[in-house]
Design a protein around this ligand. Structure first.
Ligand SMILES: Nc1nc2c(ncn2[C@@H]2O[C@H](COP(=O)(O)OP(=O)(O)O)[C@@H](O)[C@H]2O)c(=O)[nH]1
Ligand SMILES: [Mg+2]
Length: 321
């Protein structure tokens, strides 16, 4: 299924350069898990190519190519493929370097590989920012061994500073058991590539594709369209013409304030018309802040709670970062 993306402002269709986000680090660091975490089911593995100890995969996310590059175990393999970095390291615009903080034994190896990667960039004469994810920083660890974790964090940063000579290295602590930590990091990273409004539109487009919607508008509390995508001109007309009615209708239900923790409950409105369904839903990102609204046009009435939640989390990070 292809969905045509009609931009509100009708900008000339600037082909989004599929600039590369490189995910790298030792094998077992958590890279694939992180990529799946941010994409849920947004992603498709384009190809899978395990190569003698080194694993390389290409994903697509928000119009960007994500190259995942694992370092396999044996030193001999490392040497052979680091010798030929052109294909996977070249054209990297942003790097996420994942370190498993729970595997102390492999920390020296992880840092040594980071150094190898940096040297590859230097020889290719590129200098993409590197975001080091101190990963598997699980909530349980944080709770039970906060001081120990803090020390380890400082130790790793110091070690990298003294070993790797590179200007743009930034740090995040992440865990798959704390999905917002990953979404927050990734949103900040993507924001450095896209301006906010473009990122919002892309997030809506991804959500639209995922939910098989014909069109989606995101409205703020002033009835302004913050972002949108439409399959075609007719969908655009239908959606933009009906938003005021849904907002008015929604206003007539204000006798029950929606609590943020209840926003994911089935509190949406569905209106059927011409064999299509308008689905209207309020999104409350923060208590005390004005809500946003999403209006979708679909053939079916199915909306998946988890997808809405991921969508809302992404928007929240973009809007409030
Ligand atoms: N405790 C913990 N385990 C994780 C986390 N992220 C990934 N893992 C586990 O680490 C292992 C390796 O993950 P994977 O994504 O395959 O690593 P990759 O080789 O870097 O792609 C898997 O068993 C994951 O379930 C995390 O945040 N915390
Ligand atoms: Mg992997």
């Amino acid at each position: 299924m292809t969905i045509q993306f009609l931009n509100e402002k009708k900008k000339p269709k600037q082909s989004v350069s599929p600039s590369k986000l490189l995910f790298t680090g030792l094998d077992n660091a958590g890279k694939t898990t992180i990529i799946h975490g941010i994409q849920r089911e947004f992603s498709k593995i384009a190809f899978l190519k395990p190569t003698r100890g080194a694993q390389r995969r290409i994903f697509e996310f928000m119009g960007r190519e994500i190259a995942e590059w694992d370092l396999g175990g044996q030193i001999s393999y490392r040497i052979s493929y680091l010798k030929n970095p052109g294909k996977y390291f070249d054209d990297t615009e942003i790097t996420v370097y994942v370190i498993d903080v729970q595997n102390r034994v492999r920390l020296p190896e992880a840092i040594s590989y980071l150094k190898d990667v940096v040297n590859r960039f230097k020889s290719l004469e590129i200098a993409p920012p590197i975001y080091v994810f101190l990963h598997k920083y699980d909530p349980a660890l944080r709770r039970n061994a906060l001081n120990e974790m803090k020390n380890l964090e400082v130790e790793i940063k110091d070690k990298i500073k003294s070993t790797v000579d590179y200007k743009e290295i930034f740090y995040y602590t992440t865990s798959i058991y704390d999905l917002p930590s990953i979404i927050k990091a990734m949103s900040e990273i993507l924001l450095s590539l896209y301006p906010k409004s473009e990122l919002i539109d892309k997030t809506i487009l991804e959500f639209g594709k995922k939910t098989y919607s014909d069109g989606i508008v995101l409205l703020d509390d002033n009835s302004l369209i913050v972002g949108s995508y439409y399959k075609d001109e007719e969908t655009k007309n239908l959606l933009t013409a009906s938003t005021p009615y849904f907002l008015t209708l929604n206003d007539s239900f204000v006798f029950t304030e929606v609590q943020p923790e209840r926003q994911h409950e089935e509190n949406h409105m569905v209106v059927q018309r011409y064999g299509r369904n308008f689905i209207f839903k309020q999104l409350t990102f923060k208590e005390g802040m004005n809500p946003y609204y999403v209006l979708m046009l679909k053939k079916d009435t199915h909306i998946n709670k988890e997808e809405i939640e991921t969508f809302a989390n992404l928007l929240k990070e973009i809007l409030y970062s």
